[in-house]
Design a protein around this ligand. Structure first.
Ligand code: ATP
Ligand code: MG
Length: 236
């Protein structure tokens, strides 16, 4: 479904992604791991079109989408959440999700209907009329997913949607992500919470310094010495 070919992203002298090659299969729930600063979010930024890559290509459903703008990738079926959630604070929860729905639907009533359905799935229906700024972090993370879902993605990129949540919120979020994947959405999730990763993902890609260091079945990757070394340093 997604092919990352020799992808490099430089910020001045810093190479955040360095000749990365990776693929995502349709239907899978893939985990993307790696220590802080290893290039995970940068990869999402390049795939979703928030940042143009410096070199390399990105293919989605057989089409070259390298350098496409976010609204173009969204139309093609790629949606992403942001690590730092920033809802439209002074719009209601419902309106936030409707903003995403207008990617596919120009009629107000239809966008509203779609957004209501998504809030229901996320357990946020009661919050629909509230201003987004009144939500707590767990609710904001869900809203972030709601905005992305409203664009009707085939591929959903989730950037640390569980970070900062308490254990029961993490469990709830895991169920949401699992449900979306079972419903037919291909998911790539960046996550540091290993319990969530191991329970949700069959396959992992591990990055370090913008390079793929290990890829394969989840348990193999997390037990790999090079992955432990990337996280904790040598000798651990
Ligand atoms: N817009 C930018 N301008 C300059 N440098 C950037 C930019 N975005 C990311 N970087 C740098 O690129 C490197 C990779 O950052 P990135 O955010 O992709 O890491 P990450 O793997 O998502 O880390 P974390 O787990 O902390 O979220 C870091 O050194 C970061 O400081
Ligand atoms: Mg990040």
């Amino acid at each position: 479904m997604l092919e990352i070919i020799n992808l490099t992203k430089r910020f001045g002298g810093l190479e955040a992604l360095s000749g990365l090659n990776a693929t995502v299969e349709e239907g899978e729930l893939l985990g993307l791991i790696g220590p802080n600063g290893s290039g995970k979010t940068t990869l999402f930024n390049c795939v979703s079109g928030v940042l143009p890559p410096t070199e390399g290509r990105i293919r989605f459903m057989g089409e070259d989408v390298t350098g496409r703008k976010p609204w173009e990738t969204a139309r093609r079926g790629i949606a992403r959440s942001y690590q730092i959630v920033r809802p439209f604070a002074n719009m209601t929860v419902l309106e936030n999700v409707m903003a995403g729905a207008f990617c596919r639907e120009s009629r107000y009533s239809e966008a509203q209907k779609a957004a209501e359905g998504i809030l229901e799935t996320l357990g946020l229906s009661e919050k629909a009329p509230l201003l987004a700024k009144s939500l707590n972090l767990g609710e904001r993370k869900k809203l972030e997913i709601g905005k992305a879902l409203a664009t009707k993605p085939r591929l959903l990129l989730l950037d640390e949607v569980m970070a900062g949540l308490n254990p029961s919120e993490v469990a709830e979020m895991a169920e949401i992500v699992r449900g979306l994947n079972r419903g037919g959405i291909t998911v790539v999730m960046i996550e540091h919470i290993m319990e969530a990763i191991t329970s949700l993902c069959e396959r992992l890609i591990a990055l370090n310094f913008g390079k793929l260091i290990k890829e394969g079945p989840t348990r193999q990757v997390i037990r790999d010495p090079s992955v432990a070394e990337a996280y904790f340093g040598k000798g651990n």
